[in-house]
Design a protein around this ligand. Structure first.
Ligand code: FEO
Length: 403
């Protein structure tokens, strides 16, 4: 019964016509525990403009929402701000159904769409900063390369002061509410931080540069319409400020401890290291990887100054869960961390050495050689763990967190 889906009005001529995915739990490695939305927008003026589309299985929902405003066949133009398939998956079907006069994308977007879908004719590359009047609507296009794909761009609607920001300022949050001022602020903060940590953290210098450039581009949004999660209209300044802070990376005096355990020894070590961190005057988050997802570790690292990693030795190597988490975290390029490794072993004992190597690859400043324990930690080893936690905490510079 797709025909009962309705558009949600954003301004007098802009509508949300996206789709809500209550079921998705994995977004290329990121645990989307609250689902997501794929936001598409319709501008209804002298011409009808569709901005982005939705993931392929949600085509009918998008079309039903469009049809609640205008017949989809009346769409004149499509703007593709981002070619990743959660926003372009049903673009080929949409083009076939509505036969738009043009599909606009950045130069890189045109290439990406051609590569994805073998689309060619009808794709129009817009220049960075190009301004256009489409059916009485002033729009400008601004490349946001590598935020978070090479093709990504913003579409700015100056008269409505509305920024279509594609993935930026988004979050993976399925909800019946469409606007930030309809949702709890702490939920928005948590999910926006998780999104930033897992999608945008590697590109923080580019985020900072882009935010610094917005005033000179005349972009001062009253509404930010991202491609995931709620539309910002209540606290636009707040989410822009949070992005600026995350991009600056000003860590708290906080240590994140991730580990897995075989028979409980590495677990006991992690707990004592955590005690040491607290004794050293810093905040600690302990995430056993059997109970926490790698993307939650990434979120905790967003404002942390230290990363400690524990693994038993298993078959001359580290635990697969720990290898998984470190592979993922390394790709997110968290900057300026200090840290250490720890773990138990039975006979060969490679894990701490391997972890030290991986932490160095992540440019984590090692505080000592780590703690490695044969089989089960005794009182002396546990005291060594507590001392390591304290030493790491004392290494953390004064920041925004605990003194
Ligand atoms: Fe929401 Fe980069 O796609």
């Amino acid at each position: 019964m797709t025909d009962s889906f309705s558009a949600v009005q954003v301004t007098d001529r802009v509508y949300w016509v996206g789709a809500t995915d209550w079921a998705v739990r994995n977004f290329h490695g990121y645990a989307t525990t609250r689902g997501t939305t794929y936001n598409a927008y319709l501008i209804v003026a002298d011409k009808i403009i569709l901005i982005d589309t939705v993931k392929a299985p949600f085509r009918d929902e998008m079309f039903a929402r469009i049809a609640s405003v205008v017949h989809p066949g009346r769409i004149d133009y499509i703007i593709s701000n981002h070619s990743e398939m959660d926003h372009s998956g049903c673009l080929p079907e949409t083009i076939a159904a509505v036969k738009p006069d043009a599909v606009f994308a950045s130069a890189m977007g045109v290439k990406a769409l051609a590569d994805h879908f073998r689309l060619g004719p009808g794709l129009v590359a817009v220049k960075n900063g190009e301004q256009m009047n489409l059916g009485g609507v002033n729009l400008s296009f601004h490349e946001t390369r590598m935020l978070h794909w090479p093709d990504s761009m913003f579409t700015w609607m100056p008269n409505d002061r509305l920024l279509f920001s594609q993935d930026a300022f988004g979050m993976h949050l399925a909800s019946g509410e469409r606007f930030d001022d309809e949702l709890p602020a702490d939920l928005l903060e948590r999910e926006a931080a998780k999104y930033y940590a897992n999608i945008l953290m590697p590109f923080s210098p580019l985020v900072a540069a882009l935010l610094g450039k917005l005033p000179s581009l005349g972009i001062s949004p009253r509404i930010i319409a991202p491609d995931h999660g709620p539309i910002w209209r209540g606290n636009v300044a707040g989410i822009v400020e949070r992005y600026a802070a995350w991009a600056r990376r000003t860590p708290r005096r906080k240590a994140v401890i991730i580990y897995d355990t075989m028979w409980g020894s590495t677990h006991r070590m992690a707990r004592l290291i955590g005690e040491g961190v607290v004794a050293g005057g810093a905040e600690v988050k302990i995430l056993p990887l059997g109970a926490n997802h790698r993307s939650d570790a990434a979120t905790e690292l967003l404002d942390a100054g230290a990363l400690l990693v524990g693994s038993p030795t298993l078959n001359n190597d580290i635990f697969p869960t720990v290898a998984d988490a470190l592979c993922y975290l390394k790709g997110l390029k968290p900057k300026g961390l200090v840290g250490a490794a720890f773990g138990s072993y039975g006979w060969s004992g490679e894990s701490v050495k391997i972890l030290n190597g991986l932490l160095k690859e992540m440019q984590v400043g090692l505080v000592g050689d780590g703690v490695s324990v044969r089989y089960v930690p005794d009182d002396g080893a546990l005291a060594e763990c507590a001392a390591l936690g304290r030493r790491v905490a004392e290494t953390l510079p004064a920041g925004e967190g605990k003194a």
